[in-house]
Ligand binder design. Structure first.
Ligand code: 2BA
Length: 109
């Protein structure tokens, strides 16, 4: 068994949830925050048999889009306390960031 952890953009999360339900793939959805953009994203935890991992990855791949997002770097204050307001920079986000991990054991009590 494997645990797939998939970080997807909020805009893609509902489509992916529908695909999981249709394919009878069990998943837990967490509301998460990206460490860089500090904006919301969605993380799915999916426990799945080894022979279905490729199917899960394919669903994530076909659902996740790459998007451009703007972020404004933090304002800097130098020794004279002159502030320099940061210019927005464009950042490419996604499709999806996915980790596949082995599962030692699985229990449902
Ligand atoms: P964020 O950390 O908010 O990052 C959003 C996007 O900003 C990233 O998209 C990447 O293109 C860019 N970015 C991140 N850190 C950067 C940096 N130090 N300098 C310049 N650009 C940077 P993605 O790579 O598609 O990542 C989307 C989200 O996936 C991330 O949101 C984070 O929540 C998660 N993620 C990505 N890599 C991860 C990792 N190695 N471990 C854990 N979570 C990760």
């Amino acid at each position: 068994m494997k645990l797939v952890i998939a970080i997807v953009q909020d805009k893609d999360a509902n489509n992916l949830r529908t695909k999981f339900v249709e394919a009878n793939i069990r998943a837990t959805r967490l509301s998460t925050t990206g460490g860089f953009l500090k904006s919301g994203n969605t993380t799915y935890m999916i426990g799945v048999e080894d022979d279905r991992v490729d199917e899960v990855l394919a669903l994530i791949n076909e659902t996740s889009r790459t998007r451009q997002q703007f972020m404004t770097p933090p304002v800097n204050l130098d020794a004279q306390m002159d502030s320099t307001s940061g210019y927005p920079v464009e950042v490419q986000v996604g499709g999806a960031t996915v980790f596949v991990m082995p599962v030692d054991s699985f229990h449902q009590f």
